[in-house]
Design a protein around this ligand. Structure first.
Ligand code: SF4
Ligand code: SF4
Ligand code: SF4
Length: 383
């Protein structure tokens, strides 16, 4: 029944191919595929087991048991509010891929063959450009945060002015708005969980279990209902707010980039992405496509008089857009390719001197909720 699986791929918004067919068939039985087809699309509807059973004309107990098992094994998303559990369809990314590979220990124990097929076929699918095509939109699904300490430095050097949380102002150059500070997202959250980064886990599995780099792996954070989902399904570790902030600082120190959904409020995760494995950052470099992720509103400003030419920024820049020029001459300086800079602040945060400062250059303000994000993201897709 390729027909049902092809329809699922369509609802998930990913191109149909031999690889995606193998992935979906490994993950979903015929019966589970029929359950998925009840949904209109990823995160678009939240149905109770009763509603799904009614739509399928099947006994509620049987469907409920299936859905509980599908949620436990990362096939569907579940959330419980006021003692009512609802289920939603995952997109391939961000959702199914991230949660499945973050919880790969379960898959290793229970369904090694499914994990192997997902790992191998996903890599082929990725290298054919399908994942980057999926993310390509004039309104990117994800956005980059500037590292928090880099913003704090900007303010203390008098190069940016803070706008307090919930204060209503029009975006003005050099005004740092609440959504631009990653710490506000952490402080406003009800519950936080940290889990393994799916992209680095996937690449490690693809590389016969050997990590492809030394970046920290247990740094992928989910919030609120997504934290509930991970913790209630037996993976992830709950973090207090101060622990979450420390984890973010440690990630930036290692050269990882904070990313989240391209909205101002109620984001459900913060990724800490690396240049080798991340679906987006790797995609920008591998497919030379900067529209996979929305850059921050900031760019680094360089002050040669403070530079000691330690080359830390060159070493850590996740986009590899910094270089040393006119070496061994009076003109020696670092040069940044701003066309490919994503404004993450990893360079400024890790500069041991005051030679780099993140300065606000743009006034982009994302939409304020997930529904608007989905509408703009899907509406702006070119594939
Ligand atoms: S690399 Fe980034 S996008 Fe991918 S799972 Fe890790 S933290 Fe998330
Ligand atoms: S130069 Fe590199 S490290 Fe610095 S903000 Fe741009 S992408 Fe990030
Ligand atoms: S990290 Fe700072 S001091 Fe070192 S080379 Fe870069 S700009 Fe200069």
């Amino acid at each position: 029944m390729a027909g049902n699986y092809e329809l699922i791929a369509k609802k998930m918004g990913v191109p149909w191919s031999e690889e995606i067919e193998k992935i979906l068939k490994a993950l979903y039985s015929d019966e589970e595929a029929q359950i998925l087809l009840v949904f209109n699309g990823p995160y678009l509807d939240r149905f109770t087991a009763q509603k799904i059973a009614k739509k399928l004309k099947r006994p509620i107990d049987e469907i409920e048991q299936k859905l509980i098992e599908m949620a436990r094994t990362q096939r569907v998303f579940s959330a419980t509010r006021d003692e009512v559990t609802t289920y939603s369809m995952f997109p391939l990314l961000p959702g199914l891929f991230e949660l499945y590979f973050s919880n790969h220990e379960r898959a290793l124990k229970e369904e090694k063959d499914v994990l192997r097929i997902f790992t191998e076929e996903y890599e082929k699918y990725y290298n054919e450009g399908n994942i980057v095509n999926t993310f390509r939109s004039s309104y990117p699904f994800m956005r980059v945060f500037v590292e928090q300490d880099a913003i704090d430095e900007t303010i203390s050097r008098g190069k940016g002015k803070l706008v307090e949380v919930d204060q209503e102002v029009e975006p003005i150059k050099n005004r740092i708005l609440p959504f631009e500070q990653v710490k506000n997202l952490v402080e406003k959250s009800r519950r936080i969980s940290v889990m393994d980064c799916a992209c680095r886990t996937h690449m490690k599995l693809h590389n016969d279990g050997i990590p492809v780099n030394d970046y920290p792996i247990n740094v992928c954070m989910t919030f609120n209902t997504f934290a509930d989902y991970a913790l209630e399904n037996g993976f992830g570790r709950e973090l207090k707010k101060d622990e979450a902030l420390k984890t973010l600082t440690a990630a930036a120190k290692a050269g990882l980039v904070h990313t989240t959904q391209n909205v101002t409020d109620k984001t459900t995760f913060i990724c800490n992405c690396d240049r080798d494995c991340c679906v987006m950052l790797r995609g920008i470099r591998q497919f030379n496509d900067p529209n996979v992720v929305a850059t921050s509103n900031f760019l680094p400003e360089y002050d040669k008089s403070n530079c000691v030419f330690c080359l830390t920024c060159i070493d850590l820049c996740p986009m590899q857009v910094i270089e040393l020029i006119d070496e061994e001459s009076e003109e020696q300086r670092i040069s940044i390719d701003f066309d490919r800079c994503i404004g993450c602040g990893v360079c400024a945060f890790n500069c041991p001197e005051e030679a780099l400062t993140m300065v606000k250059k743009y006034d982009k303000v994302p939409v304020n909720n997930m529904m608007k994000l989905m509408t703009k993201y899907i509406g702006g897709k070119t594939n």
